[in-house]
Design a protein around this ligand. Structure first.
Ligand code: DGY
Length: 323
């Protein structure tokens, strides 16, 4: 009998077709919305493999029902939606999709940084609203990027890729990480600092850390107070790393200059969220890795990881220590 697999959202047909050769595949493809919790709870009891997204909460309650489950393959590099400790206790392999999305996510991070610094969204809206009456010396003036100081919080693969882009803009690079990375310092001339120094010195503070118990609410009111008044905060990691209420106050009171956010604590962000009322915030709907090529590669890698485990082999990207 073929192993049973649930894919919680429509992904590329060719990836699903490959999986069908080895598995009995069910796909949740009703509209482009997350699978309802009760459907996931029903299916989890009978499946051997789950290919899921960051919109699916694979928590302890769900895992307690997963009596046959051998692998959870997350179609993302972040896996804060999965209770990895409980999965590990139950001998369930958890995998993710790093590497293939690194450069694409760094591109978007830099695009958001530039759009925020130079007020691109506001400027475009201004023109389309018919407000452009003449060229004016200080019209829609923003912040310089070339030669500015950038502080990267979390120097993982994507942090390094952002730093390479920053080097191309002749930026002075600071970073804060669990441990120093001498090879990055040598290659990019980056300086390892504590969090306070990074926040005090940087014109751009870019959040690139994984979302864990240690990074939850990492940036709060006290941190905005020590940042420069012209500083710009960019977050393409996870919303919960920054305290959104404190960020709103800091932006409103001019403690920092602007923010570019691809991620929010609650997603989709509610339309009445205070941050959406501010002109100096550029917002995106969590599209860091959203290029066609990269999203297809992520689906490929997620499928390969899942199949390898079901075939009794080691996956490419295990995140828990079962092997
Ligand atoms: C991830 O992979 O964790 C991103 O947030 C989505 O690409």
């Amino acid at each position: 009998m073929k192993p049973k697999v649930l894919i919680t959202r429509k992904i590329s047909e060719s990836v699903i077709a490959n999986m069908r050769e080895y598995c009995d595949v069910m796909v949740w493809e009703e509209e482009d919305t997350p699978i309802p919790r009760e459907k996931l709870e029903n299916k989890i009891t009978e499946i051997d493999g789950l290919l899921c997204l960051l919109t699916d909460s694979v928590d302890e309650e769900l895992l307690n029902k997963a009596t046959n489950l051998k692998v959870i393959s997350n179609l993302a590099v972040g896996y804060n939606n999965i209770n990895v400790d409980v999965a590990t206790e139950k001998g369930i392999v958890v995998t993710n999709t790093p590497d293939v999305l690194t450069e694409t996510t760094a591109d978007l991070t830099f695009a958001l940084l530039m759009a925020t610094a130079r007020r691109l969204v506001e400027a475009s809206d201004f023109l389309r609203a018919g407000k452009w009456s003449s060229w004016s010396p200080m019209l829609l003036t923003g912040q310089d990027i070339y030669g500015a100081k950038i502080g990267i919080i979390g120097m993982g693969r994507i942090g390094e890729a952002v730093a390479r882009r920053a080097k191309g803009f002749n930026m002075e690079i600071y970073y804060y990480n669990r441990s120093p990375k001498p090879e990055v310092e040598k290659e990019l001339g980056a300086t390892y600092t504590d969090l306070t120094t990074l926040l005090k010195e940087s014109d751009y503070v870019v959040i690139m850390a994984p979302y864990t118990e240690e990074t939850k609410n990492l940036i709060t009111a006290e941190h905005f107070k020590i940042m420069k008044k012209n500083a710009i905060l960019i977050n393409t990691a996870r919303g919960g790393i920054v305290n959104e209420t404190d960020l709103y106050e800091a932006l409103k009171n001019g403690e920092i200059w602007a923010a570019g956010l691809d991620v929010f604590e609650e997603e989709p962000v509610p339309l009445d969220h205070p941050l959406l009322t501010l002109k100096n915030v550029v917002t995106l709907p969590h599209i860091g890795s959203a290029s066609i090529t990269t999203r297809n590669k992520m689906a490929d890698v997620a499928a390969i990881n899942l199949l390898l485990v079901l075939k009794g082999e080691k996956p490419l990207n295990p995140v828990n220590n079962i092997y």
